[in-house]
Design a protein around this ligand. Structure first.
Ligand SMILES: NC(=O)c1ccc[n+]([C@@H]2O[C@H](COP(=O)([O-])OP(=O)(O)OC[C@H]3O[C@@H](n4cnc5c(N)ncnc54)[C@H](OP(=O)(O)O)[C@@H]3O)[C@@H](O)[C@H]2O)c1
Length: 223
């Protein structure tokens, strides 16, 4: 049974934790204040546990980062760079700025020349960050049932083995992985969150996902 650390007490942390538990993994959720997760733990079964960001990161063989974008760098510090070294870190975060959306369009605190995941990779150089789950709402993250079949999840990261870990998880979770290459591709993947949120912000609902279509001969996955 693979041990997963999920750093995050929000809805993404909860949804992915429950997805991993459903698929037979052992999960420790992390928070600055683990006591707030006691009720969740009580209902989550014997393979679920809670701890600080640091305790969870030390526990996980794979780590999921599911915290507020503006706090992600500080959570990497709280988790402990040494606890992330050598591990696949699934980065779900989006660098959403505090400012009010304009006509449903969110603002980011990053630029198109430097993504949040590049900052995180720089902060924890020995961790193997893979962007994933950032461009869909939490309600569809685990085994989404959508007309048109499995949706596409864009991933990127510099470590091939880590991306293979994430591709296997995405397959279990009912997704087709679309590998966009190295860490710099997060500059393109993170803003998909802005696009994905527009219909919801404008009253069109939140139950949609991206799908890449191509002739059969090309198979799936760009890289
Ligand atoms: N919501 C979605 O459907 C969705 C979909 C795709 C991607 N995302 C991305 O996934 C991430 C998580 O989203 P979410 O909605 O589950 O939760 P969230 O409210 O964005 O984040 C909650 C987590 O952030 C931590 N946090 C907040 N401020 C902090 C600070 N100053 N220092 C340290 N930690 C801090 C909290 O720590 P404590 O536990 O210690 O309070 C908590 O674990 C975000 O980056 C979001 O953009 C969200």
């Amino acid at each position: 049974m693979k041990k997963i650390a999920v750093l995050g007490s929000g809805v993404v942390g909860q949804t992915l934790s429950e997805g991993f538990l459903t698929h037979g993994y052992e999960v420790m959720r992390g928070s600055r204040d683990p006591a707030k997760l006691e009720d969740w733990k009580a209902d989550a079964g014997k393979h679920a546990s809670i701890g600080t960001f640091e305790q969870a990161a030390a526990f996980g063989e794979i780590v999921v980062l599911a915290v507020k974008g503006g706090a992600a760098e500080s959570v990497v510090d709280l988790a402990g760079v040494a606890n992330l070294a050598g591990k696949t870190v699934i980065d779900t975060t989006n660098p959403i700025a505090e400012s009010t959306p304009v006509n449903g369009v969110l603002s980011f605190f990053t630029t198109l020349e430097e993504s949040l995941m590049e900052r995180l990779q720089h902060r924890a150089p020995a961790a193997k960050f893979v962007k994933a789950f950032s461009c869909v709402g939490n309600a569809l993250m685990v085994n989404p049932q959508l007309a048109g079949g499995p949706p596409s999840m864009f991933i990127c990261g510099r470590d091939v083995g880590a991306k293979n870990d994430v591709k296997a998880i995405l397959t279990q979770f009912g997704w087709e992985a679309e590998d966009m290459g190295g860490v710099e591709a997060a500059r393109a993947i993170e803003p998909l969150c802005i696009l994905w949120c527009i219909p919801g912000m404008l009253g069109g609902g939140w139950m949609h996902a991206y799908k890449v279509l191509r002739p059969h001969a090309f198979g799936s996955g760009m890289v």
